[in-house]
Write a protein that binds this ligand. Structure first.
Ligand SMILES: CCCCCCCCCCCCC/C=C/[C@@H](O)[C@H](COP(=O)(O)O)NC(=O)CCCCC
Ligand SMILES: Nc1ncnc2c1ncn2[C@@H]1O[C@H](COP(=O)(O)OP(=O)(O)O)[C@@H](O)[C@H]1O
Ligand SMILES: [Ca+2]
Length: 579
């Protein structure tokens, strides 16, 4: 027996669960609460509070259990996790000590993948510039409660986090965490992939080569502008929810797209490699960083009004259509069967590298005839390895894309009238099918190539030079992977001086004029997870499950509450899947 307040409970710790059942005066069982041991955050002697501040009342018959608590069923805050806390009173001190010891032992046994030590990078300038506050007030107390030690680096420049991961001794760290947005995540992604390949002696520049999957986990505490990677892998962009996923050591594999230009790696992407609309929005938004996250809304409106489209040829290698389709109306949810089956396909034996290389040599030998080619004028071309859902678009760019199936979804939006394009964009904010439009096509792919019409190559250089002069990009001779273009401080410091009619400012106006007025540019620019790429002709290849995040995918609300056992096969009949 245990007591919560004056109420008696029968408590059991058996296998994977700690449960307590309310008993009435006649010992009849009433409501039961069950907490999976894997979701226990900590067990403390006495009555302990951590919010708003840590307070310990060391009463000798009590203990406090901290655990993951989900927002109520049907709540508007779907997917949010918070810290649950219950004070239990035992009949004696001895029994209290036994409970605490047993619970802690169970925690060690059932949660072997929890991190013990984390390396945390905070971008103090990301999003609304609240990174430091978010970490210290919401995240650090939870890590401390869970007994996780952390080494915190507040970044002073762009690429500091990436360089640190690439060059410094990481012995003892179980994972790396960023407090920031998609750009900050991208730094960690490049650091972790680069370091893993260095250690494995593999070249990242060989576009048909095998890449070694990374063991070091990445955690994201969302504090950025789009927070797409966090939203699409957790279901919400909430720092406490993400901190709890990190603490319990969740693990979500993620596909990564490698972008190459000629024979060198340009960058990696997980959320968006976008040309046309999304490239132009990013180029325009970088000039308005001072607006914070609102810069994307402003730039989106401006670029939409300019009504541009671009010519080019897109070639792609289709993924096996028997496995899944971007239009099958399913969603990749936690425990997704498509992704788990892909694991066996991508890594058929534990000695994955050799077999995987066999598969890749097949890939590189794939005949030209197997590439499908589409030429024309496009409003936008997007490739995403996952749904890319974000607060702006809750179902994302490709709602049925999978996080870890080794494929990406290629979305081609052909030139159309402004109203039709607005319909396409608007459907991202609703549950209407954005692919059910005559000028839109979507393909599930393994690789993509983009080329400009013959004779446009000079334009590519011109546009690239212009961007570099304006400080939006670095020189293409420097491999982009060594020096991504975006730096908040650079943009920030350069901003005010440029506003006052300096030559740079005139060029800024030329950029929009170029887009909207007399001679519109023939060439757009690629947006690669929020970075402008310095090349237009690129090739992309999806590497299945290359990295792992501290996440578990989006939880199926009905499955959690025991109402829908099979998200894939309910055929949209249940409440959640018919939405
Ligand atoms: C009429 C309403 C139109 C609304 C259209 C909404 C479409 C939203 C799709 C968003 C896809 C986002 C893919 C993620 C990209 C990020 O990697 C990138 C960088 O993010 P951050 O580091 O946080 O700054 N964000 C973008 O490129 C912004 C795209 C915004 C497009 C409107
Ligand atoms: N201290 C810093 N000063 C300037 N730029 C930084 C700093 N730390 C990180 N960055 C860069 O800022 C960019 C944007 O950061 P991010 O956290 O994604 O915010 P947002 O979502 O608002 O774009 C990243 O590409 C990162 O390389
Ligand atoms: Ca995928």
């Amino acid at each position: 027996s245990l007591w919560i307040g004056n109420q008696r409970y029968r408590a059991t710790l058996s296998g994977w669960y700690f449960s307590w059942t309310e008993l009435d005066k006649k010992n009849r069982e009433k409501k039961t609460v069950s907490v999976p041991v894997a979701e226990v955050i900590g067990v403390e002697d006495g009555r302990v509070e951590v919010q708003p501040q840590k307070k310990v009342e060391d009463t000798d018959r009590e203990f406090t259990l901290f655990y993951v608590k989900r927002s109520g069923r049907g709540s508007s805050q779907k997917g949010l996790w918070s810290l649950g806390r219950t004070h239990f009173r035992c009949p004696s001190r001895d029994l209290r000590d036994q409970w605490v010891t047993q619970l802690r032992t169970a925690l060690k046994t059932h949660s072997p993948s929890r991190p013990h030590k984390l390396l945390v990078f905070i971008n103090p300038f990301g999003g609304k510039k609240r990174g430091k506050q978010i970490y210290h007030s919401l995240v650090a107390p939870l890590l401390e409660l869970a007994g996780i030690s952390s080494h915190v680096v507040v970044t002073e420049r762009a690429n500091q986090a990436r360089d640190h991961i690439l060059k410094k001794d990481l012995t003892g760290f179980d994972g790396v965490v960023c407090v920031g947005g998609d750009g900050m995540f991208s730094e960690l992604l490049h650091g972790v992939i680069g370091r893993t390949q260095q250690e494995a002696g593999l070249s990242e520049h060989d576009s048909s080569g095998v890449l070694q999957s990374c063991d070091l986990h990445i955690g994201i505490i969302p504090a950025g502008s789009t927070d797409c990677v966090c939203f699409a892998t957790v279901g919400v962009n909430d720092p406490v929810t993400s901190a709890l996923h990190i603490i319990i050591g969740d693990s979500q594999p993620l596909d990564v797209c490698a972008v190459h230009h000629k024979s060198s790696l340009v960058r990696y992407s997980v959320s968006l490699v976008g040309y046309g609309f999304y490239g132009d929005v990013l180029a325009e938004s970088e000039r308005h960083r001072w607006m914070g996250p609102l810069r994307y809304d402003y730039a989106g409106c401006m670029v939409y009004l300019c009504n541009q489209s671009y010519q080019g040829t897109v070639q792609f290698l289709r993924a096996d259509p028997g496995l899944s389709s971007p239009r099958d109306k399913t969603r990749c949810l936690s425990g997704c069967s498509v992704c788990s089956e892909s694991k066996e396909r991508l890594f058929p034996l534990s000695d994955s590298c050799s077999l995987y290389s066999d598969k890749l040599s097949q890939y590189s030998e794939q005949s030209e005839g197997e590439w499908t080619s589409v030429s024309g004028r496009f409003k936008s071309i997007s490739l995403t390895c996952m749904s890319s859902s974000c607060p702006k678009s809750p179902l994302g760019l490709s709602p049925s894309a999978h996080l870890a199936d080794g494929t990406g979804d290629l979305i081609l939006v052909r030139d159309t009238n402004p109203l039709a394009f607005l319909t396409y964009l608007h459907r991202h904010t609703t549950s209407q099918d954005q692919f059910d439009l005559p000028f839109v096509e979507v393909h599930r792919v393994k690789a993509v190539r983009f080329s400009l019409p013959l004779g446009e190559e000079d334009e590519e250089d011109e546009r690239t030079e212009q961007n570099i002069e304006e400080g939006v990009m670095e020189h293409p001779d420097k491999p982009c992977v060594q020096s991504p273009s975006r730096s908040i401080s650079q943009q920030h410091l350069a901003g005010p001086a440029r506003e006052r009619g300096t030559p740079n400012n005139r060029k800024k106006r030329d950029f929009l004029c170029g887009l909207c007025c007399s001679k519109p540019p023939a060439v757009s620019v690629w947006n690669c997870d929020g970075e402008l790429l310095p090349h237009t002709e690129i090739s992309c290849r999806v590497h299945g499950q290359l990295v792992r995040l501290y996440a578990r995918g989006i939880e199926d609300e009905l499955r959690i509450w025991g109402l829908c056992e099979d998200s894939r096969n309910c055929n949209g009949k249940c409440v959640l899947h018919s939405q």
